[in-house]
Design a protein around this ligand. Structure first.
Ligand SMILES: *Cc1c(COP(=O)(O)O)cnc(C)c1O
Length: 227
């Protein structure tokens, strides 16, 4: 069943990419495994999925060391500086850097542990008070301060639009994130300005995110079922 879900999601990615004149190879599926047990993650891995996303450091610290080290892990939750060391130990990519303090803490431990860590900047694209992320108009300044005060150049941007029952309502936010990334790329603020990662789209709206340029889609429910 999980294998069927995975096949369906990969086919949907393929279709959405083709519809927008892109190749599905430009889009990586992050299987969001928060609250999902080890057996089901192993099952997904056996079906060929190698990239996973987790939201909570404590849960990740319980699970990741018990899983094959061939898997790749993205942190997609809210990160506090006092968890930065564990985040560096556990994860390959931190998608949710939204302030300098966290970036500096990650940088310190990445240096100390000699770990190659990639980061994305989380943008609060809907300007929602309850959500994490830097405001769109403050993203350039954060990128510049990262360049000045850490060893990081972000590989891209991540965002979660306001929840809406109709996925089409996410489209303008995805467009805005892509435009912001294009503008920052022209200012040479990314690690690779010709290949900027855009992490956007979840179970209910990932086909639309792909049409709008997503290179990472974060899908949980459509793979593992309701949490
Ligand atoms: C939980 C979560 C997802 C996955 O959501 P689904 O609707 O289950 O696909 C994606 N991104 C973030 C940041 C999440 O917290």
């Amino acid at each position: 069943m999980l294998r069927d879900n995975l096949t369906r999601v990969l086919e949907t990615i393929e279709r959405a990419a083709r519809k927008s004149g892109r190749s599905a190879r430009e889009v990586d599926l992050v299987a969001v495994s928060k609250t999902v047990g080890l057996e089901r993650i192993r099952e997904a891995a056996h079906s060929g999925q190698i990239l996973f996303g987790e939201n909570y450091i404590k849960e990740a610290a319980d699970k990741i060391p018990q899983l094959p080290d061939t898997l790749t892990w993205h942190f997609i939750g809210h990160l506090q500086s006092n968890k930065a060391r564990q985040a560096v130990e556990l994860f390959d990519v931190i998608e949710t850097v939204d302030r300098l303090k966290v970036a500096k803490a990650l940088d310190t431990y990445a240096q100390a542990l000699n770990k190659q860590l990639a980061v994305l900047i989380q943008v609060n694209i809907g300007r929602e008070p309850q959500k994490s992320g830097v405001l769109p108009e403050e993203t350039e300044v954060l990128c510049r301060r990262l360049a000045d005060e850490t060893n990081f150049r972000p590989i891209g941007l991540m965002a979660m639009p306001p929840f809406a029952p109709d996925p089409e309502e996410s489209r303008p936010y995805f467009k805005e994130l892509r435009r912001l990334a294009q503008r920052l790329a022209r200012l040479n603020l990314f690690a690779d300005n010709a290949d900027v990662a855009l992490s956007m789209g979840m179970s209910n709206d990932y086909p639309i995110a792909i049409e709008e340029g997503a290179t990472l889609v974060r899908v949980g429910t459509a793979l593992f079922g309701e949490r």
